[in-house]
Design a binder for this molecule. Structure first.
Ligand code: AMP
Ligand code: ZN
Length: 116
């Protein structure tokens, strides 16, 4: 997608702090960290929502998740991390290229968004 910021990052047209790359994904630092350690794992294929994925995309995403588990210690996430995917308006997704937030480097607050 020509106007997608993450596609541009993947192509190297926009700079990023890249911690990992393989044929399926890149892992970069989030530009506005929400935790002591905040990375984005971005599949190289552009799609916005889980509902848009093909079977092949699903297999690739599973491989990415497995790889995240493998490289987490090298990212300083050896004590654990939270994997977050924002989908659509209610989740306030802002970049419409599916990506996973890796949050950690601290004990994260309990999640309770109800009635806020
Ligand atoms: P989401 O709200 O789930 O779509 O998350 C988008 C994330 O991308 C936000 O946490 C932003 O801080 C992050 N972000 C936006 N632009 C950049 C960029 N150029 N480099 C790194 N992270 C970015
Ligand atoms: Zn994209």
């Amino acid at each position: 997608m020509d106007d997608c910021i993450f596609c541009k990052i993947i192509k190297g047209e926009i700079p990023s702090k890249r911690f990992y790359e393989d044929e399926l994904m890149i892992v970069i630092a989030d530009i506005a960290p929400k935790a002591n350690k905040h990375y984005l794992a971005i599949p190289k294929k552009h799609y916005k929502l889980f509902s848009e994925m093909s079977e092949g995309d699903a297999i690739d995403l599973a491989k990415c998740i497995r790889k995240i588990g493998e490289i987490a210690p090298s990212l300083g996430l050896e004590n654990g991390f939270r994997l977050v995917v924002n989908q659509g308006d209610d989740a306030q997704q802002t970049v419409f290229h599916l990506h996973m937030h890796l949050l950690g480097g601290q004990v994260l607050p309990e999640q309770n968004f109800k009635d806020r």
